[in-house]
Write a protein that binds this ligand. Structure first.
Ligand SMILES: Nc1nc2c([nH]c(=O)n2[C@H]2C[C@H](O)[C@@H](COP(=O)(O)OP(=O)(O)OP(=O)(O)O)O2)c(=O)[nH]1
Length: 156
């Protein structure tokens, strides 16, 4: 227990957002259109969300995919990471694929499977630009993933 008078909100520190570039058998990626908050509504993203304090990041990714898409996923290697506008916040995106039933619209207002040549057809979240470029390279290069993949811990 903290000494009397020292309890209070924790110091503001950066946190991790994890998301997944879900690929299908045709090497298309699942993009999801946000419906909130208003500043992001209509922009497209990789499904995912904030890692809760103390939560394993890959467990967070599995949880977010259940909550947002009602799917189970298999996680592949990392695609990459970028800094977000909020100081100290990082977005890390992993490759993945859906196992079992198809994604459902639970949290977004539209889902699209995009081929490499269609990645520019949607307006991605601003921070996602470098990740989309890496994804384009991956989708047009030799197959980067040997499934099943067993990612090691990220060390984060
Ligand atoms: N999932 C996801 N988030 C992204 C992407 N690009 C990007 O800038 N973000 C940002 C938007 C938000 O600031 C943050 C994710 O927050 P969120 O609101 O989706 O997280 P969450 O599902 O845990 O939601 P909440 O319950 O905390 O509201 O990361 C992306 O491609 N995928």
């Amino acid at each position: 227990m903290p000494a009397a008078g020292t309890a209070g909100p924790p110091a503001v520190r950066g946190r991790l957002v994890v998301a997944v570039a879900l690929l299908d058998d045709e090497r298309r990626v699942l993009a999801a259109r946000r419906r909130e908050p208003p500043a992001y509504a209509g922009m497209w993203e990789f499904p995912g969300g904030k890692v809760e304090p103390g939560e394993d990041e890959l467990a967070a990714l599995v949880r977010e995919c259940r909550e947002e898409l009602d799917v189970e996923i298999e996680i592949g290697p990392p695609l990459g990471e970028v800094g977000l506008a909020s100081p100290g916040w990082i977005l890390r995106v992993w490759f993945g694929r859906v196992t079992g039933r198809s994604p459902r619209l639970l949290d977004h207002d539209e889902l699209r499977w995009l081929a490499a040549g269609e990645l520019d057809d949607v307006r991605w979240m601003p921070a996602d630009g470098p990740l989309v470029e890496k994804l384009r390279d991956a989708l047009t290069g030799p197959d980067p993933i040997r499934w099943p993949h067993r990612p090691g811990r990220s060390g984060a």
